[in-house]
Design a binder for this molecule. Structure first.
Ligand code: SF4
Length: 263
């Protein structure tokens, strides 16, 4: 992993994501190295994804000069702000401290239980939420396609603790990995409910943003028998993702969880 310390010129960038005014991304590159990651295409990044992280060392200082801006800030909209480098660099933590001084509405999305370290800060915002991506209940599968992220159990445990601290939580089941996410989906929804989560968002695997080459290499290594099914789901007209989303929404309804479709 090549770690580069860099300086940035701006901190808060306008966000087009629903419900967000600004995006804040302390890192470029991501050690979690998820096989379906869309960030390289968003960033037009040519370096091998998962092999580098650029640390925006001066981000808290730059952010401190941008506090005239007002609105909801999404942290980690492109790359995970609680990836392993954050344990040492604490850029996200320092940015949260600065945002708290002006009580910006805060939204964090992550795959890392490291967010719990900053609960002492996050819980003091008047308006705050933390979402975890959870795309399978099977941690053996998770290790194969989100290799350096927190385990499924750690994420569910983190969601429970955040909720107990009056921080609104949600789960992003996205992207749905065909035939993997749906396996034991009832157990996943049950675990999400037990973690006290009341909102779920479902998204499909989108090849506009993920690369088929990367996904096919992953499948060839671990699930070669699924390749024809993926090709059918991804390259022919079908309603696979609609059916999975419907199944999830029915399960969610049984637990009083609100389910939203993101595609
Ligand atoms: S955690 Fe997010 S940014 Fe990081 S590799 Fe995974 S999908 Fe990409």
């Amino acid at each position: 992993m090549k770690i580069n310390e860099i300086n940035c010129k701006t901190a808060l960038s306008k966000s087009k994501l629903p419900g967000l005014d600004y995006a804040l991304n302390p890192y470029r590159g991501c050690e979690h190295n998820c096989v379906y990651c869309y960030a390289p295409s968003v960033l037009n990044e040519k370096r091998k994804w998962g092999s580098f992280v650029d640390i925006k060392r001066n981000l808290p200082n730059v952010l401190a000069k941008e506090l005239k801006k007002k609105g909801r800030v999404g942290i980690g909209t492109v790359t995970d702000a609680y990836q392993p480098a954050e344990r040492k660099y604490e850029i996200t933590r320092r940015c949260c401290e600065i945002l708290l001084k002006h009580d910006f509405p805060l939204c964090i999305q992550t795959k890392s239980a490291l967010v719990l370290r900053d609960i002492d800060i996050i819980k003091n915002f008047s308006d705050k939420e933390v979402g975890f991506t959870v795309t399978t209940i099977d941690d053996e599968a998770r290790k194969k396609y989100e290799p350096y992220s927190s385990s499924v159990e750690e994420r569910l445990n983190a969601l429970r603790i955040l909720g107990e601290n009056n921080i609104h939580t949600w789960v992003f089941i996205g992207p749905v990995m065909p035939y993997i996410t749906e396996k034991n989906i009832d157990k996943l929804i049950d675990s999400i409910a037990k973690a006290g989560v009341k909102n779920v968002i479902v998204d499909k695997l989108n090849l506009k943003t993920s690369t088929w080459e990367r996904i096919k290499t992953f499948l060839s290594k671990y699930y070669p028998e699924l390749i024809p099914g993926y090709e059918k789901v991804l390259f022919t007209k079908n309603d696979y993702f609609e059916k999975v989303e419907l199944k999830i929404s029915v399960l969610c309804r049984n637990y009083g969880i609100r389910c939203e479709k993101a595609f």
